[in-house]
Design a protein around this ligand. Structure first.
Ligand SMILES: *Cc1c(COP(=O)(O)O)cnc(C)c1O
Length: 404
């Protein structure tokens, strides 16, 4: 350990691919975290929709400890009970027990890489050359996932990326105009989290399902941010009553332990053949045991239903603050985007930190909220108080002529 502040040490030795962090955190408990100076924060970001059970939940701690003491890693040459059990669990929760299968990796990007290779396997003898994704979509930072990501500024420095991927607007007309027999797959986030918690137009998933089925293309739903109960259903596609061909999962599934995966439905489960995909760490007994425990606790404690109820309550608290800075609330369950009247999201995020609250500036004029699924009335009250103070601070500092 060298001298200097953590900021100077970070600046000196951490790769410059990420910016300077906001605080240095030391520990957490439930929906709270503490920094290295002992300041307490209410965590309404939860590691970006990852810490579903909050921090240091006894079920999480017990699962990590028990499995690490037993066996942590074995390679893909050996089966373990936690991996088989997790595949059974996620196929059941996704409603794909009829022919459903699961593959496990270590992150969201890796899950989408597996899904992109799956799309390539749906090639009808080479006739399907196109993969569709949506404008503003976020699917991850590895090269394949980045090629699927609909944000040109993220892609541009790394081009040329893999070919054949087109980004279409999230409209029913664009679906009609783009989907034909040359499409291998359509990738969709049910709510675009990174874009600022932007919902799809009404009927979009239904239309996407109808057209992809008609033309033999796969409908692949990226549930990495929306899954694990966050939107008030196990997976957000379930609100639309459709059945996709595959979903990708990560983030909340492990509650803080790195794990991601691909879940397939019906005949799509037969596309991958022996030897076509793998990952050294993927599906290891430690990660899968923790995911089983986290998902099991979400189920046991009724946290999916609670996310729906508390999502409505959280929205009401935000509206009750009555700040002229807030123009609306988007999203579903415990994945909400607070739309601001001015591009002051970064200022609001900083003011919130000073008030003891962690929120995220998803873009210039949207605050993203993704609290742990375990929050209750006490946390909602505290959130309203701290967020209200942050909005007031920024309002006082901003010359918002348009708001008076
Ligand atoms: C976070 C995220 C990813 C990427 O996941 P990583 O684990 O960071 O690779 C992909 N898709 C969506 C919708 C996400 O929110």
């Amino acid at each position: 350990m060298s001298g200097g502040t953590w900021q100077s040490r970070f600046d000196e030795r951490i790769m410059r691919s990420i910016g300077m962090p906001l605080r240095k955190l030391e520990r957490g408990d439930g929906a709270r975290v503490w920094d290295d100076e002992g300041n307490e924060y209410l965590d309404f970001l939860a590691g970006i929709a990852v810490n579903a059970l909050g921090h240091a939940h006894p079920v999480f701690v017990e699962a990590v400890t028990a499995q690490a003491s037993k066996i942590a890693h074995v390679s893909n040459y050996f089966a373990t009970e936690p991996a088989i059990e997790l595949a059974e669990r996620v196929t059941r929760l996704a409603g794909t027990t009829d022919g459903g299968r699961a593959w496990f990796g270590n992150s969201g990007a890796e899950a989408n890489e597996a899904a992109l290779k799956l799309a390539r396997l749906n090639n009808s003898g080479g006739a399907r050359t196109r993969v569709l994704a949506l404008v503003d979509a976020f699917h991850g930072r590895t090269t394949g996932a980045l090629a699927l990501t609909g944000k040109p500024h993220m892609r541009q420095p790394f081009e040329p990326l893999i070919g054949g991927i087109e980004h279409i607007p999230a409209t029913l007309e664009a679906l009609e105009a783009s989907i034909d027999d040359s499409v291998a797959a359509l990738f969709v986030e049910p709510i675009q989290g990174e874009a600022g918690v932007v919902e799809l137009p009404d009927g979009f998933l239904e239309k996407a399902r109808e057209l992809t089925t008609r033309h033999g293309a796969l409908l692949i739903v990226d549930e990495i941010q929306t899954g694990a109960g966050r939107t008030g259903a196990w997976f957000a596609f379930q609100h639309a009553g459709i059945t996709p061909d595959a979903i990708t999962i990560a983030k909340g599934i492990g509650g803080g332990f790195p794990i991601g995966g691909l879940v397939t439905f019906g005949a799509t489960s037969d596309l991958y053949q022996k030897g076509q995909h793998g990952s050294t760490f993927g599906g290891n007994p430690l990660a899968t045991a923790v995911a089983n425990a986290v998902l099991g606790e979400i189920e046991r404690a009724g946290l999916v239903e609670r996310a729906a109820v508390n999502g409505v309550a959280l929205r009401e608290r935000i509206e009750a603050i009555g700040s002229p800075l807030v123009t609306g609330v988007r999203g579903r369950g415990l994945l909400l985007g607070v739309a601001l009247a001015e591009p002051v999201a970064v200022q609001v995020m900083h003011a919130a930190l000073d008030a003891g609250l962690i929120v995220n500036a998803a873009n210039d004029s949207t605050i993203r909220l993704a609290p742990p699924l375990i929050i209750g009335d006490a946390e909602l009250d505290e959130f309203a108080d701290r967020f209200g103070r942050a909005l007031e601070t920024v309002l006082a500092e901003t010359s918002v002529a348009s708001l008076s």
